[in-house]
Design a binder for this molecule. Structure first.
Ligand code: B12
Ligand code: SF4
Ligand code: SF4
Length: 349
């Protein structure tokens, strides 16, 4: 089994994964109670799918009782530029690093399947299931149990080799493979990620209230964002990297080898004025193959309008004004809010 494990790791790296570690399906005993607490406090907001199949999500042994090992894989998407660069450009939008090119779900899933197929060829009778992001699997605690990294105070996995910029995927298998050691916490007294969060989304270190997180507000939340939170969004229009980018462990981060994660030039610092004018067809064309396509034109333009409201740039008031009668209620509301906010600014100048 040791030789197979080594060959498996070589295969995973050859396929493009940055790192591979293995744990057992019973290695995250605290996860279920913490998930339950998160949901009981309502911290998942509108993500109702987190309430469903909780017994599977919290406990991999319940998800697939035949599984003997969980192979955890890290996919590096390290940025080719400073992720916070555009935050100081009020007439531009900031798109999270992971969403500036192709959708990682497709890329990682294919890689996982290739590695999984290889494993089946090596050990006849082996069964596998591959997961990335959308299944009821708690990938971060599993990643820590396997030793890929530790859950930092911002709750994401941090690695001493990769910093914060990596996705997670898993291969569950009926094979009993040698296990790795869990990674220890290396946050120490640092609290950079907690202090940088624009919306105060961390009720305590290692805990996130998704309802205040910009990533949730810009990607997951349907309908209008609370007025109190809108000014705090700044020019984030899809996701947020602020807590990840603040982490000192990123000095070890490397640029992604996978060119499909490198930012498309037109998404590096896109003009809010152009994005606000996207209709459904133009939105689909611009974001074909991108994770942004999932959120749809209305939610995206809603975010762009909040950013316009926050821009302090009166020249953008006309752009917002042209959308105050938009067929989508949240877009029309965001447009009116933006016009109002830019006018208020004019009055106080
Ligand atoms: C729901 C979800 C979100 C939600 C909620 C995030 C959250 N922290 O729960 C929202 C939409 C906000 C979100 C945002 C982002 N996400 Co997300 N998300 C998920 C998803 C689907 C489930 C996460 C989950 O189970 N949450 C429930 C909570 C309860 O679990 P938890 O965060 O692990 O909670 C732990 C801590 O709270 C801790 N804890 C609780 N109390 C205590 C007390 C003490 C003392 C201690 C020590 C610990 C502790 O224990 C819990 C269990 O381990 C995963 C994919 C997956 N299937 O796992 C991706 C995932 C976590 N997301 C990912 C990414 C990249 C992001 C973003 C960076 C995207 C972006 N740029 O906008 C942001 C980061 C925001 C942040 N700081 O977390 C990656 C993270 C990769 C990594 N290196 O860790 C994942 C793994 C997707 C993937 N396949 O790569 N996400
Ligand atoms: S992603 Fe942004 S809003 Fe969410 S917790 Fe991190 S810094 Fe705060
Ligand atoms: S910024 Fe500091 S506290 Fe936050 S995850 Fe990184 S090391 Fe931990």
């Amino acid at each position: 089994m040791k030789a197979l494990r080594e060959a498996l790791e070589r295969k995973a790296l050859e396929e493009g994964f940055a790192s591979m570690r293995i744990c057992g399906p019973g290695d995250i005993p605290h996860a279920a109670a913490r998930l339950k607490d998160f949901v009981a406090r309502g911290r998942h907001g509108q993500m109702r799918w987190m309430e469903e199949r909780m017994h599977w999500r919290g406990d991999p042994t319940a998800l697939w009782p035949q599984a003997r090992s969980v192979i955890m894989l890290a996919e590096n998407y390290g940025a080719d530029s400073d992720p916070t660069e555009t935050l100081k450009m009020p007439d531009r939008g900031t798109i999270s690093i992971y969403a500036r090119n192709r959708d990682y779900h497709d890329i990682v899933k294919k890689r996982l399947k290739r590695v999984g197929r290889w494993l089946i060829e090596q050990a006849e009778g082996t069964e596998i299931k591959v997961f990335v992001d959308t299944a009821p699997v708690m990938e971060k605690p599993l990643g820590q149990a396997a030793g890929l990294g530790w859950q930092g105070k911002h709750t994401n996995l941090v690695s001493r080799e990769l910093g914060s910029w990596f996705f997670l995927g898993s291969i569950f298998t009926t094979l009993d493979l040698p296990r790795d050691t869990a990674e220890a916490d290396h946050c120490g007294s640092c609290r950079a990620c907690l202090d940088v969060c624009p919306t105060g989304a961390f009720p305590a270190p290692y805990q996130l209230d998704a309802r205040r997180c910009i990533s949730y507000l810009t990607i997951e939340l349907a309908g209008p964002v609370d007025e109190e939170l809108r000014p705090l969004l700044g020019n984030h229009i899809y996701g947020c990297d602020d807590c990840l980018a603040a982490c000192p462990w990123n000095k070890f981060a490397q640029m992604a080898q996978e060119v499909r994660y490198h930012a498309r030039p037109e998404l590096q610092a896109p003009r809010l004025a152009d994005l606000a004018m996207l209709d459904d067809a133009a939105f689909r064309k611009l974001f074909s193959g991108s994770p942004i396509k999932r959120s749809g034109r209305n939610r995206f333009v809603r975010n762009v309008l909040y950013a316009i409201g926050n821009s302090g740039n009166r020249a953008l008031a006309d752009v917002a004004a042209s959308l105050t009668d938009d067929a989508d209620k949240a877009v029309a509301d965001a447009a009116r809010w933006a016009v109002e906010r830019l006018r208020d600014r004019e009055r106080t100048d």
